[in-house]
Ligand binder design. Structure first.
Ligand SMILES: [Zn+2]
Length: 381
């Protein structure tokens, strides 16, 4: 996402964080550097205790034993934060993205200043758990974000043009970056998750919103205005119900959590607030033909979104996550048939992985952004 202008040291550090331990020769190959330049690049990183060299190991073939370079896990700690409309989730990770501690707080007031104050207090508490000042903060939320700093629009919080990175940076005196949550999640997944080693890689999420992140060459496409991957309002069934801004049968109107609960509540004659996706998936409620239809329609809509994405991008792997994954698991056949139906007749099927969902994973995505920020500065010293 911040490809231009990285120093060699920063690129080397990032490669080792993203791809794990590797030999000098492998690192040189990845960065397109000669052996001498690789050695010159790595030396200051080792001297600064950011990178360590393992004991000599035989690489399986003939020749000299190689020593693997690895990032020192304790060389950094970062905080990753995910904001939802009613809760804040935070994790503290080490330099390899391993979670050291987590925290979660209700979000009772959502104006930018109150949220900034809450973030600062959670960061302080997490810092105490690790007994050191974090090196950077990453924040992810369901919003369009530009330049990793400014939230352009976050409708679920009622925000417009909020310079969140600067506000949190000032409140904590720590470097802070902000990004769209789905793209941050896609970033973490392509760094050290299921997407690792798959290029291009796409992550699609179904939940309160519907979005996707597309990673190409290890970078997640952000778009000219920070809005790449906003697939929620694509039309999927023109005769379907309308979304909150009046599109008939867009993906959001059929497959977002609120839409599913609203449609189910109409069938059951109750309020959407009394329901949950989990309850709808219980055997008793699924037997209700109206509920079965609502859930099947959501799986079909999700299949159309994923199938279209595959047609546009031809990814090596698609990971689907978010709380809506439970519906797709229950209606997997409908979901997969829809994807298969959209496939070009000469194209090979693309593997689509359903990934169980945890809010911590979102926060971990935000931590990956913070780690990148740290590596860019630390590797440059
Ligand atoms: Zn819509």
């Amino acid at each position: 996402m911040e490809g231009a202008g990285r120093s060699l040291g920063a690129r080397a550090l990032l490669s080792l964080i993203c791809a794990g331990p590797m030999s000098r020769a492998e690192l040189g190959r990845r960065l397109g550097l000669s052996a001498a330049t690789t050695t010159r690049t790595v030396r200051p990183l080792i001297e600064a205790s950011l990178v360590e060299e393992g004991p000599p190991a035989q690489a399986g073939g003939p020749g000299r034993p190689t020593r693997l370079l690895a990032v020192v896990p304790t060389s950094a700690t970062v905080v990753g934060i995910k904001l939802t409309d009613d809760r804040l989730y935070a994790v503290l990770t080490d330099a390899l993205g391993q979670v050291l501690a987590g925290a979660s707080r209700p979000l009772t007031v959502t104006d930018p200043h109150s949220v900034t104050t809450l973030i600062a207090s959670v960061v302080t508490r997490l810092a105490r758990r690790s007994d050191r000042r974090p090196d950077a903060i990453g924040i992810a939320l369901g919003a369009a974000v530009v330049e990793r700093r400014t939230v352009v629009v976050a409708s679920f919080l009622g925000w417009r043009d909020v310079p969140l990175a600067d506000m949190v940076g000032e409140a904590t005196s720590l470097p802070c970056v902000v990004a769209n949550d789905v793209r941050a999640f896609a970033y973490a997944e392509s760094w050290y998750g299921t997407g690792h080693g798959h290029d291009p890689f796409a992550l699609v999420t179904f939940g309160a919103g519907i979005g996707c992140g597309i990673a190409v060459g290890g970078e997640v496409v952000s778009g000219a205005r920070g809005a790449a991957g906003s697939v929620g309002h694509l039309p999927v069934a023109p005769s379907g119900p309308s979304c909150e801004i009046g599109h008939a049968g867009c993906a959001r109107a059929l497959a977002s959590t609120a839409a599913i609960l609203r449609a189910a509540a109409e069938h059951l004659g109750c309020e959407p607030e009394e329901l949950s996706v989990e309850r709808l998936l219980s055997p008793q409620l699924r037997e209700h033909p109206g509920i079965d239809e609502v859930l099947r329609r959501a799986a079909l809509a999700a299949g159309r979104v994923v199938g279209s994405l595959i047609a546009y991008v031809d990814p090596e792997l698609v990971v689907v996550s978010g709380e809506g994954v439970a519906v797709l698991e229950a209606y997997r056949e409908t979901f997969e048939e829809e994807i298969a139906g959209l496939r070009h007749w000469t194209a090979a099927p693309v593997p689509v992985l359903l990934r169980p969902f945890e809010f911590d994973e979102w926060a971990r995505g935000a931590a990956a952004l913070a780690l990148e920020r740290w590596a860019l500065v630390a590797g440059d010293r």
